[in-house]
Ligand binder design. Structure first.
Ligand code: ATP
Ligand code: MG
Length: 392
């Protein structure tokens, strides 16, 4: 029945050029989300985004796909029709309402807009005329202009569209409107959620994953690729850098106090991720850290990790509890993959009693033992990094 969608978007303090950038990014992301659902035309006439199906498609699949497009505030499945006169329109609308609500029984209001001024009825007249036809057709409906249960929208443009359902979208800003950032993506629960949250603000996501073969398996790596694919349903294609971290980890393990291992490793992860971030033109790093969640995420630890970065580090989960993060990951669909029990490079060499309040000067002092060899190892890790583009 409905072959089109009217897309409502927010963040509407948008003006001039910003607005155009926003709409273009929104259109691009909508096309990306719908590419496996069917053939659609996406247009943006003044202040509106329309999606029109050019062939058959599954409504549930299309709605699901549109739920992944940031910037969409509401999705309205709509009927698009040619203007062949008011009588035809009224007849169509009466049939439509009967299909959407078999045996209609509700209060309603008609909300018409006439964007094309040469239409013979103005919007007040349209409201009244369509309302009348509906009342004639369905004895159990009543008009309520203040709190209607059903709002029937009719919009007269070059063509005419009408709809009466509106489903919430994910909100946020279309990906591609806010620059790029580098996500440190592990196989855990938190970092995919962190990537989702920053992408929701319109940021294009790159990712870096550190693995430690043979201590971590091919399946652990595949899990991270799968998580990136799930995030890319929202974020668009993700450039994923897969860094072999084994030799760096072994060397730190050999040279540094074991209780400082995690924090020192994390500092080298940040440095390498920042290297790729700069190469990609990213404006920040993203991690899944939350204050106090584990020893390496105390305020003191975060200070030590931050100290090696020159780019800003965004930590969108910083004030969230684990339970809240889990709920979000369930909602966005990454949870089931995140809890698959594969080894992580950080847990392999982990100390029994890691420092919880590291001092930056102490950590820097320990790192002196790594001398020049660590730079060589970093160069090797960088030059052997595998980069792939991940899509859903
Ligand atoms: P997550 O659930 O995201 O793995 P976590 O609770 O396990 O987080 P940590 O292991 O302390 O916490 O990691 C903190 C952050 O450091 C992660 O959210 C992620 O951004 C980054 N990180 C940790 N391990 C890796 C890794 N192997 N590759 C890339 N980034 C990592
Ligand atoms: Mg982890």
């Amino acid at each position: 029945m409905e072959k089109a969608f009217l897309i409502k978007y927010g963040e509407i303090a948008l003006k001039g050029k910003n607005r155009r950038t926003f709409e273009e990014a929104l259109v691009k992301q909508i096309k990306f989300a719908l590419k496996d659902v069917g053939e659609f035309e996406v247009t943006h006439p003044q202040g509106r985004v329309f999606v029109e199906a050019l062939g058959d498609f599954d409504m549930d699949e299309a709605m699901e796909a549109l739920q992944h497009v940031f910037g969409i505030v509401a999705i309205c499945p709509a009927v698009l029709t040619e203007d062949t006169g008011f009588d035809d329109l009224a007849k169509e609308i009466v049939e439509y309402v009967g299909k959407v609500y078999p045996n209609p029984s509700f209060t309603f209001k008609v909300d018409s807009r006439r964007s094309r001024k040469n239409y013979p009825l103005n919007s007040m007249e349209l409201n009244a005329a369509i309302g009348e036809k509906l009342l004639e057709a369905y004895p159990n409906i009543k008009v309520d202009v203040h709190k209607p249960e059903v709002m029937l929208h009719v919009e007269i443009r070059e063509r005419i569209n009408y709809y009466c359902k509106e489903v919430f979208g994910p909100g946020g800003m279309p990906v591609g409107t806010s620059g790029r950032a580098m996500l440190l993506l592990s196989g855990g629960i938190d970092s995919p959620v962190a990537g989702y949250m920053i992408a929701k603000r319109g940021v294009t996501i790159d990712a870096t994953y550190f693995h430690a073969p043979p201590y971590t398996s091919e399946r652990a790596k595949q899990k991270v690729v799968d998580l990136a694919a799930q995030v890319s349903k929202y974020a668009g294609p993700i450039r994923l850098h897969i860094v072999n971290f084994t030799d760096i980890q072994l060397y730190i393990y050999e040279q540094c106090p074991h209780e400082e291992l995690t924090i020192i490793m994390r500092r080298y992860m940040m440095k390498i991720a920042e290297h790729f971030a700069k190469e990609n033109g990213d404006l920040g790093l993203i991690t899944g850290e939350s204050i106090g969640q584990v020893a390496s995420q105390t305020m003191q630890s975060l200070e030590c990790t931050n100290a090696v970065c020159t780019l800003p580090v965004y930590r969108p989960l910083i004030g969230m509890d684990k339970q809240e993060i889990i709920e979000r990951s369930e909602k966005i669909g990454t949870y089931e993959t995140s809890i698959l029990p594969f080894e992580d490079c950080c847990t392999i060499f982990v100390a029994k009693h890691p420092v919880t309040k590291p001092r930056l000067s102490v950590i820097e002092n320990s790192e002196k033992k790594l001398a020049e060899k660590i730079d060589e190892l970093m160069d090797v890790a960088i030059s052997t990094t595998e980069t792939i583009t991940v899509t859903p």
